[in-house]
Design a protein. Structure first.
Length: 317
């Protein structure tokens, strides 16, 4: 079996992937890389290798991927494009120099049905990273890849509903969208983590020094789109939130200028730059149907129907 690395092995998606990998492969086959490796004491005790690596300190990535055959690369947590892409490039180049054979990359499920463009600013870095991985897979000394376009997390609803708080709910959601039209195929983050872990473990099991047998792992140098099984308009999303908190919740559409001018308590600020206006492009992408695509892939990988959105929201409470 190939040796598997996860970077960063922390955060919501990373922690979920690690948790599920530990049920699929021996801990001794795992290298878990994060900025705070001391948080992985349990995995270390189980036999996993733990190492320090940090996107923001490129020198920590120079040798941390050595002895890893298959890398699960989780995208840099940011909304920027250039800084985020550069962080990904640094990690990918370090992985290639260290001999990594295949890279799984956690992308995002904007850009519609496997499209290569999006109006959503947040998708920009993912598309650039996918392009880079495709180029490297076709060039000299190729490194193969699988880009997993992870569906919009059910748990990420606050950023699409102007920070709606289940524990201090408002009756009104003010966003630059009227709530109607195409919506979002929301999907539970832990189920994305489980499916991603299954893909990685499958590749590591059937793959070898010369790569996997195509019939056994059909996602080499391809994009995989993981979504929920039902699309909820933003109006329906607000109704689900309302039922969960026991009150009526409605959407009031406002303009982009008004939204950008609201006090978001710095939640749209990255490296000192307020990107609230850029974030508004996410609602335009939703309006155009970019997140209203449903695929059966998640269900097929899990072997069960994905958890529905309302169940996940009620579970949070």
């Amino acid at each position: 079996m190939s040796r598997i690395g996860v970077f960063p092995a922390s955060g919501g998606l990373g922690s979920s992937i690690v948790k599920h990998l530990l049920t699929l492969v021996p801990a001794s086959q795992l290298t878990l890389i994060s900025r705070n490796p001391e948080k992985h004491e349990n995995e270390f005790a189980a036999g996993a290798t733990v190492a320090r690596g940090d996107y923001d300190y490129p020198e920590t990535l120079a040798h941390v991927f050595e002895d890893i055959d298959v890398l699960m690369l989780i995208s840099y947590a940011s909304f920027e494009i250039e800084h985020r892409v550069n962080a990904h490039k640094t990690a990918i180049n370090a992985a290639r120099k260290s001999g990594v054979k295949h890279i799984f990359y956690s992308s995002l499920a904007f850009a519609g049905d496997y499209a290569q463009s999006s109006v959503a600013h947040v998708m920009g870095a993912h598309l650039e990273t996918e392009k880079l991985l495709a180029e490297l897979s076709a060039g000299p000394n190729p490194t193969t890849y699988t880009s997993i376009r992870e569906g919009l997390y059910s748990e990420s609803f606050p950023i699409y509903t102007n920070w709606f708080d289940l524990r201090d709910p408002s009756g009104e959601i003010t966003i630059p969208h009227d709530g109607h039209g195409p919506g979002v195929a929301w999907v539970k983050r832990d189920e994305l983590g489980e499916a991603s872990a299954r893909l990685v473990a499958n590749y590591a099991t059937v793959g070898g020094a010369n790569g996997p047998v195509a019939e056994a792992f059909p996602f080499v140098n391809k994009i995989v789109l993981l979504t929920g099984s039902k699309v909820y308009s933003l109006k329906e999303t607000a109704e689900v939130l309302g039922r969960a908190v026991g009150r009526d919740v409605r959407i009031r559409e406002i303009g982009v200028d008004e939204y950008a001018g609201l006090d978001h308590a710095g939640k749209h600020t990255y490296h000192g730059v307020d990107l609230a206006r850029e974030w508004c492009t996410a609602w335009e992408a939703i309006r155009r149907g970019e997140t209203a695509v449903v695929t059966p892939t998640l269900k097929e990988i899990l072997g069960r129907e994905p958890e529905d959105y309302e169940t996940t929201i009620r579970g949070i409470l």
